[in-house]
Write a protein of this length. Structure first.
Length: 227
């Protein structure tokens, strides 16, 4: 019940470090990504890449993110998330009036940006609410998970971890990837991941065989018998 094709996200950000980090995080989350440093050739890029969503920095050389948001609304059906250090109410209103679906203020945690991107795509029907892995069902909209008809009693962090693993079912995810995407930081003790993986195993395996596997030296993968 995952999307048949990955949602396409265009990132326009002039700061190379931020642009590369956002693009890498989106790809790690399963999206197809294109990235640009400014709005040069934006209309042509929209036509060629056909993004489902555009992540736009407000302060860009040349046309601003607000200008590009208006173009995106006029030329495409893509959702728009504005990223900016401008957090005054008037700025937010201006961004929404330009056509932004959501607004993220710098500095931001990557996990927040990813959550907002996913929320906009879900409202557009490009990301399903429920993901199925074997007999495990993870419903991100309701924040619930069940296995074999049994609802799992998960903490908020356990659910975020399970949802991330389910969204990337069949893929091996490193501890660093998991820390970055679920907790939003890379400098936590990797043992934190082991603790939560153990808890998820205990709760999911109470209702069936193992789904969450250790890939020695690489990380973890969630996969069912049909994955």
């Amino acid at each position: 019940m995952q999307r048949a094709t990955a949602a396409r996200v265009l990132v326009v950000e002039d700061d190379e470090t931020i642009r590369e980090a956002v693009a890498a995080a989106l790809r790690s989350d399963g999206y197809t990504v294109d990235a640009a440093a400014d709005g040069h050739g934006f209309a042509e890029r929209l036509s060629a890449f056909r993004p489902d969503l555009v992540v736009l920095d407000w302060m860009l050389p040349g046309a601003s993110g607000v200008d590009l948001a208006r173009q995106a609304r006029r030329l495409a059906t893509a959702g728009v998330v504005l990223v900016t250090a401008r957090d005054e109410v008037a700025d937010r209103v201006r961004g929404f009036e330009a056509g932004a679906d959501d607004y993220v203020v710098k500095p931001f945690a990557m996990v927040e940006l990813l959550a907002r991107v996913k929320a906009v795509l879900r409202r557009m029907g490009r990301v399903p609410s429920t993901i199925e892995v074997g007999d495990l069902l993870v419903d991100e909209e309701s924040g619930t998970a069940s296995r074999g008809g049994h609802e799992l009693d998960l903490t908020a962090t356990e659910f975020r971890l399970l949802a991330y693993l389910a969204a990337n079912r069949g893929r091996t995810l490193s501890k660093t990837q998991i820390l970055t995407q679920v907790w939003g930081y890379e400098d936590y003790d990797p043992n934190l991941v082991e603790v939560y993986v153990s808890a998820l195993r205990r709760k999911t395996e109470a209702h069936g065989p193992r789904l969450l596997h250790t890939v020695r030296g690489m990380g973890y993968a969630l996969r069912g018998s049909r994955t």
